[in-house]
Write a protein that binds this ligand. Structure first.
Ligand SMILES: C[S@@+](CC[C@H](N)C(=O)[O-])C[C@H]1O[C@@H](n2cnc3c(N)ncnc32)[C@H](O)[C@@H]1O
Length: 953
């Protein structure tokens, strides 16, 4: 509900802006509509909604484009706005618009002098626009329309969402019971499971297939009713198969109808709202959003691995239009051409195919629909929705319902392997075979993206695919100079590889919206090289929104998918008869999601032509040529290593000795038990009380037993200025890299696009850090030849390895070096120039390294302590979670102690994304982990944390 007062600043601003334009003599619609647009936009934001300009809509079967559409949080259109010229006769103009099919559910027509509001097909009032109380009444009426229905729907939706976990759990229990007790179900399920494994993923677990049944049960009614498609479950080739298992489930004590009755009120309200939606595009948006919200609640892990976010319509539109345009300009073809055979390999709810169907003229649509459009989906629910959406889109255009035979329930990346067997049902197998034989020339879609998984126990790890993984390895990975290539193990990378190969020997187009880390990150140099080999013209619109790169951005506000990683649209064209061209455009840094989408709707992209360098950099940083002349740090050391990667930090790291020893000993006992168990039952599952990783599973398979030894407990730098104890062990740490060979001081360096560069001296093992890629360079492995070259350059035979090490350390801290080469330090490890004044650097570096390594024995900075009245001193040192004041000059240690007088310079020295003090604040807090509470307080040295604060300040 909106309750604007006539005195609201947005109304004042409207009147002021309008008066100003009129004073300047502007009188035509285009010139004058801006103030009302701004007013409506601001009012919509106050209501939590959004104004989308120039969005086409279907009303009474006709396509119209009102000046603005107001959408709610479900992307449902709540109202429209149409501006007319001051000189027009408003009543006549309204009549014309109504005849053209403009919506009248809730629409404002205005000509800057007066506004006429239509609601529920009738005029609901006339409002003079010079009068603030009238403007307020207009907007309040407009934004409160349909409130009752809407409220009921939102309540139903919110309740449905909040009950999903509960309902799913109760279904899970019914299914568990049937697994144990209902023979007919056991048999049907066993058959279904083996079909799923053979068709979709050999590693599917019983629980995952149970989840499919649950999804089906919870949503099947919505599918049937929203599109008035009562035969959906019997006609859809996959749904029919699932129904058989559900029937077998119902043969036991479970009654499907009784269970679903509990959902009746929600379904009814959702269906009622669905029925209100005039045109199919609105239904589609509605279903998309119900689907997304359902999945996020139902199965966040699945949403994460499979990238369950539907693609905003503006992006789909932009991509389909770009493909259409490229077909025309590059190949002289159109969507009607028989050579144009299109595949969306990860179709989700089918939005790309639906959009294409709307673009193909009816005379060519039947042929395209049956022979030249294909789509794949691996998850059951989106597969259903895609099937409904696509078939309905066809029905809307052609007036006839025909099954879409191009939709396959299949894992696209599996299709690269040659040995395909039966895929679910004979009908699906046939569809897949037809797609495999099709001469695909256009691949378009939104592939999933994610790098690995947090823990092996999530069981949602990126699947291994023999063929595609081999192809990534022999191309993108083999031609990369990066030392860590783990980022290539991302689904979207595999999809690019697969799509490039799927075109086969043909010219064609690949258009993906995806994570765009590949543009500038180190690990993707080989991928960039191959993209430019595989394609001739590449255009990339960088919609970015990487929250790690720019912490001032917010995923929900600035990112087009509401996620944390940068996003971009790549249009890659293979046309071998032409020269190479790479074009790029990056939208402004602080544009919000709506602004980015609006920009795409305009689709006039001001391209910048890029010329990649010899190292396959596309976005070449400032001073790159100069930087390239310096010696890579890796040429100065014989050995360097990645930071240690344990894959189970909460087991093998701790603040103190005894809890670590106890926990690791218990973990080892549990692990060894698994070794014995797997010896006798090789196919047993992996119990979740152990934090598994691929390496640890392999150790079980190799029957490697582990013995606890307190000798293995070592000091480690877990984060900057955060020492912890580490149980250092080849089996329990996933990757020890070269740490067993390293002793003495190292420089711990973090480069990469995710974090700003940092370097820190240490004398203990250093961690790999989140997002990986930290590298450590040990003094003991400096190359003698490197020392010689510095001696020769500075004509100083007295330069020692220590001097060179400290010279490097000082250089890496030099503000000018860091600023000048900031862009370069994001993409490769440092290069080391011969700077003037070697010894000044070496001396400064030695002092700095001492300071950094021995930070715990420094004299703390004298901060002023403010003790809450009556608080005893000692307990007041206990830290749960410290907090900086907004001006960052004070630190609240706990309820009874606050430290004042933090000098502002403290925050200038940054290590990656935080200052030293912020690292300490972030790390030294009580956290709960899967293995109990992690408490950094030291009973034997209660002053430690407060002292440390003073030391890092
Ligand atoms: C980001 S969504 C695409 C959304 C889609 N464009 C839309 O608007 O609904 C990715 C989709 O690809 C599916 N998917 C993920 N991996 C797949 C695979 N290997 N084969 C087929 N589909 C896959 C997911 O289940 C998900 O529905």
């Amino acid at each position: 509900m909106l309750e604007l007062a006539p005195t609201d600043p947005i109304i004042k601003a409207y009147l002021r802006d309008l008066a100003q334009l009129k004073r300047q003599g502007v009188s035509h619609e285009l010139g004058l509509k801006a103030p009302f647009q701004t007013l409506l936009d601001k009012a919509a934001k106050k209501r939590g909604w959004m104004l989308v300009p120039e969005l086409s809509t279907y009303s009474g079967g006709k396509r119209v484009v009102p000046d603005g559409t107001v959408r709610d949080e479900f992307r449902l259109a709540r109202g429209w706005w149409e501006a007319k010229d001051t000189a027009d006769h408003l009543a006549r103009e309204i009549e014309k618009k109504l005849r053209a099919g403009y919506p009248t559910r809730n629409t404002i027509f205005e000509d800057t002098q007066v506004a006429v509001l239509y609601q529920d097909r009738a005029e609901a009032g006339e409002f003079p626009l010079s009068d603030p109380p009238q403007i307020a009444a207009l907007l309040n009426g407009f934004f409160s329309h349909d409130e009752d229905d809407e409220r009921e729907f939102h309540r139903a939706m919110a309740e449905f969402k909040s009950r999903i976990p509960d309902l799913a759990q109760s279904l899970r229990e019914h299914i568990d019971h049937a697994h144990k007790r209902t023979p007919r179900f056991q048999q049907a399920f066993a058959e279904f499971l083996s079909v799923c494994r053979a068709s979709l993923n050999p590693e599917l677990t019983t629980a995952q297939v149970d989840e499919m049944l649950i999804q089906h049960l919870l949503t099947e009614r919505l599918m049937r009713n929203l599109f008035q498609n009562p035969e959906f479950t019997t006609r859809n080739v996959i749904a029919a198969q699932v129904e058989k298992v559900i029937e077998a489930l119902a043969s036991g004590s479970f009654s499907k109808s009784q269970f679903l009755q509990r959902l009746d009120p929600y379904y009814k309200a959702i269906e009622r709202e669905g029925a209100n939606l005039g045109h199919f595009t609105e239904k589609q948006d509605f279903l998309n959003s119900v689907y997304e919200q359902f999945f996020q609640k139902f199965s966040p892990d699945v949403a994460d691995t499979h990238g369950i976010v539907y693609t905003p319509r503006e992006i789909v539109d932009y991509m389909c239009a770009s493909v259409q345009d490229a077909l025309h300009t590059e190949f002289g073809l159109s969507l009607e051409s028989p050579e144009v055979v299109i595949l969306d390999p990860c179709t989700g709810t089918g939005n790309f195919i639906v959009n294409l169907i709307e673009r193909i003229p009816p005379r060519a649509l039947r042929d395209a629909y049956h022979n030249r459009l294909f789509a794949n989906e691996v998850m059951l629910l989106p597969y259903y929705i895609a099937s409904l959406n696509i078939e309905h889109a066809y029905f809307e255009r052609m007036g006839q319902y025909e099954p879409f035979q191009g939709l396959c329930f299949v894992d696209t990346l599996d299709m690269a392997d040659s040995q395909q067997i039966v895929l679910f049902t004979p009908a699906n197998t046939e569809r897949v075979a037809r797609e495999k034989n099709a001469a695909i020339t256009v691949i378009i879609g939104n592939p999933p993206y994610n790098v690995g998984q947090k823990s092996e126990n999530d069981n949602n790890k990126n699947r291994k695919y023999d063929e595609v993984d081999r192809r990534v390895k022999e191309t993108y990975s083999r031609d990369s100079k990066a030392s860590s290539k783990s980022k290539l193990d991302d689904a979207y990378v595999k999809f690019f590889r697969w799509a490039s190969d799927r075109l086969g020997g043909r010219d064609g187009i690949v258009c993906f919206v995806s994570n765009n880390g590949f543009l500038d990150q180190i690990a993707f140099d080989g991928m960039r090289k191959h993209l430019l080999q595989d394609f001739d013209h590449i255009d990339h619109v960088d919609l970015h929104g990487n929250v790690r790169k720019n912490p001032k951005l917010s995923g929900t506000i600035h990112n087009v998918f509401g996620i944390q990683v940068g996003v971009g649209i790549t249009l890659a064209i293979r046309k071998r008869s032409t020269g190479k061209r790479l074009r790029y455009h990056r939208v402004p840094e602080f544009w919000r999601k709506a602004e980015k989408l609006e920009f795409l709707a305009d689709s006039q992209v001001p391209w910048e032509v890029l010329t990649p360098d010899n190292s396959c950099n596309w976005l070449i940083p400032e001073n790159a040529e100069e930087y390239a002349q310096y010696t890579p740090i890796t040429d100065l050391f014989q050995v360097w290593t990645l930071g240690i990667g344990t894959n189970r930090d909460s087991v093998v790291y701790d603040w103190s000795h005894q809890p670590l020893a106890d926990r690791v000993a218990a973990f080892i006992t549990a692990y060894n038990a698994e070794v014995y168990r797997h010896k006798s039952e090789t196919l047993s599952e992996w119990p979740t009380h152990i934090a598994w990783s691929e390496g640890l599973k392999n150790s079980v398979r190799r029957q490697t037993l582990v013995e606890f030894s307190s000798q293995r407990i070592r000091e480690a730098l877990y984060r900057p200025f955060t020492k912890k104890l580490l149980y250092f062990d080849r089996t329990l740490n996933e990757r020890v890299y070269l740490w067993p060979k390293i002793d003495g001081p190292v420089v711990w360096i973090k480069t990469g696009a995710d974090w700003p560069f940092f370097a820190l001296a240490a004398t203990v093992i250093c961690d790999r850090l989140p997002q990986g890629g930290s590298q450590c360079f040990p003094l003991s492995h400096l190359k003698p030849a490197a020392v010689e070259s510095f001696r020769a350059h500075y004509a100083d035979p007295a330069i020692s390895p220590d001097d060179l090490f400290h010279y490097i350390y000082a250089l890496l801290h030099h503000p000018e070096y860091r600023a000048r080469y900031a862009g370069n330090l994001k993409r490769e490890l440092p290069r080391i120039p011969f700077a003037p004044g070697f010894h000044a650097f070496a001396t400064a570096g030695a002092a700095l390294a001492r300071l950094h390594v021995h930070y715990e024995s420094l004299e703390p900075y004298p901060l002023t302590e403010e003790l809450a009245p009556g608080a005893p001193y000692l307990p007041s040192l206990r830290v749960e979670k410290m907090k900086l004041s907004p001006d960052k000059r004070s630190l609240r240690v706990n309820d009874s102690l606050t430290l004042h007088g933090i000098p502002p310079e403290t925050h200038d020295y940054r290590l990656g994304s935080r200052s030293a003090l912020e690292w300490v604040i972030d790390q030294y807090q009580i956290k709960s982990t899967d293995y109990g509470e992690s408490d950094p307080n030291r009973p034997d040295d209660p002053h430690y944390i407060v002292r440390l604060v003073g030391q890092v300040v």
